[in-house]
Design a protein around this ligand. Sequence first.
Ligand code: NAG
Ligand code: NAG
Ligand code: NAG
Length: 295
Amino acid sequence: MAPLLQSPASSTKLCSLLLLTLAFLAAVDQSAAGIFDEIELIWGASRTYFFMDGDSEALALSLDKSQGSCFRSREKYLYVQIDVEIKLIEGDSAGTVCTVYTISEGPWEIHDEIDLEFLGNATGQPYTLHTNIFANGVGGREQQFRLWFDPTADYHTYSIVWNPNHILILVDGKAIRDFKNNEDKGVAFPTWQSMRTFGSLWSAEDWATQGGRIKTDWKQAPFVSSYRNYNVTWCRPSPGVAWCGDEPRDSARFDLDQKTLGDLQWVRDNSIIYDYCTDTVRFNASTLPKECTLQ
Ligand SMILES: *[C@@H]1O[C@H](CO)[C@@H](O)[C@H](O)[C@H]1NC(C)=O
Ligand SMILES: *[C@@H]1O[C@H](CO)[C@@H](O)[C@H](O)[C@H]1NC(C)=O
Ligand SMILES: *[C@@H]1O[C@H](CO)[C@@H](O)[C@H](O)[C@H]1NC(C)=O
């Protein structure tokens, strides 16, 4: 996609670029393949396995005392919706962390990242969904959620929606978090570094569960979490616009709809258990991140 970002010199060139973009998007759409084609294992491959779960291509990540496992997408994306269904470790998952996240590949000091981390727990105790967003190397934007269902009993859909104006995190189609593009007010937002999706299962028994008090019971190993229906939807350019992100500044295309606003309010009332923006022990009026006063 990189050449498309250069400013076209003539309208003819613009037109052929537009056609190229559309052809490219059509090709991507058709190949909306499953997890078998879209991802590759990058560590712990020996203990993970691909399998058919009904009609769905699925991947089981596993963790034992010696090692966890991790996959990444073959492609890199710029403005995209990623959906994946995950079924978390059943029973005692204390000390384990299962993730899905997107991250850019450039220097760490300026990297972008959108994180979902599922912190395991003792049998019968609830998982915590921990989220964070880095833009231009700056993170520290933790929000944590209590899920309103048992994420180990079945698959649920977790989504990252990244468009020019918002980053949204969704659970079963319900928006739980919004990070707005406030670049014009001096808050960095991921707009130019493409990101890959990663998913991993690893051990963090020193901090993950109840502040590290509950350790992993390695007698229960191997621990397994399963991913299926990995679905990538590229952001399509609006009519008359060459690429997603080139919409006029006042375009309403990416405005949040009433359902999304309602979801976010419901989550604030029912599911959020930690929000960095309201952490008065960590921040005072002069150190509170700027976006906390804008959203
Ligand atoms: C684990 O369960 C305890 C007790 O219900 C809860 O306080 C905690 O937030 C849960 N999650 C983690 C990651 O510790
Ligand atoms: C993938 O996600 C898009 C956007 O949400 C949706 O329209 C499409 O039906 C999904 N495809 C599959 C195979 O689930
Ligand atoms: C806010 O916190 C910073 C860093 O902890 C501290 O240096 C500063 O004095 C605090 N300001 C106020 C107004 O309390």
